[in-house]
Design a protein around this ligand. Structure first.
Ligand code: C5P
Length: 218
């Protein structure tokens, strides 16, 4: 079972892809990067500097020289709906995607001490960031189920929010992510499709774990 592996996990917003990535990383002791956090971090940085999301020139100027190793990725502000929405608005910029692409590939190609694998989750991992990934998963679920999950998560974080608004936000985000010109959210033809509508996190994990073990066996 000692074999290097790269795993790409893409999917719709609040589909459970992040939870799956974390569980797989823990099980197999692989390095994991939640690439959505890079887009959310960029959104938070420009928000805190009061830069309008349409001001591409300023956004690039700031993000190009930003040292993300100094950024606190555990900051709860990253999880808010507003930051998710802002991240999705700026993620349409090709120039920003090119900058963040470098950080993602760097992470994927770096040696992570004794870890034999890397897992990246996002929207364009299997199609653009790591088209040569050994295993690709595409995770999704019905809009209603995803909205319910995200709403509960936001409530548990103490953020008061209305379920209907969460659902609209997810719908808008999916649409923007799927219709954008650069690196849209697509299902790679070689991805394993996992619909989590009627599955809990453990069932999703077992399904994916079987795929990984199958790959490692041969
Ligand atoms: O996955 P998460 O909800 O944290 O991502 C926030 C936003 O960042 C997404 O709605 C999407 O617009 C953008 N994103 C992206 N490409 C990725 C990861 C996230 O465009 N690889």
């Amino acid at each position: 079972m000692k074999k290097n592996i790269t795993i790409a996990i893409d999917g719709t917003a609040a589909s459970g892809k992040g939870t799956l990535a974390k569980k797989l990383a823990k099980e197999f002791n692989y390095a994991h990067l939640d690439t959505g956090k890079l887009y959310r971090a960029s959104a938070l940085i420009i928000k805190e500097k009061d830069i309008n999301y349409q001001n591409l020139k300023e956004i690039i100027k700031i993000i190009k020289d930003y040292n993300f190793t100094d950024f606190d990725f555990n900051n709860d502000k990253l999880k808010s709906d507003k930051i998710g929405r802002l991240a999705s608005l700026i993620s349409g910029y090709k120039e920003l995607r090119e900058i963040l692409l470098l950080s993602q590939r760097k992470f994927a190609n770096k040696r992570h001490s004794k870890r034999l694998g890397v897992i990246l989750d996002g929207r364009d991992i299997g199609s653009v960031v790591l088209p040569e990934a050994n295993i690709k998963f595409f995770v999704t679920a019905s809009l209603r189920v995803r909205a319910e999950r995200r709403w509960k998560e936001l409530i548990s974080l103490g953020q008061s929010t209305i379920k209907r608004h969460v659902e609209k936000d997810l719908r808008d985000r999916d649409e923007r992510d799927s219709k954008r010109k650069h690196s849209p959210l697509i299902i790679s033809p070689d991805a394993v499709l996992i619909d989590t509508t009627n599955l809990n996190a453990d069932e999703v994990f077992l399904l994916a774990k079987n795929n990984v073990e199958e790959y490692l066996r041969y």
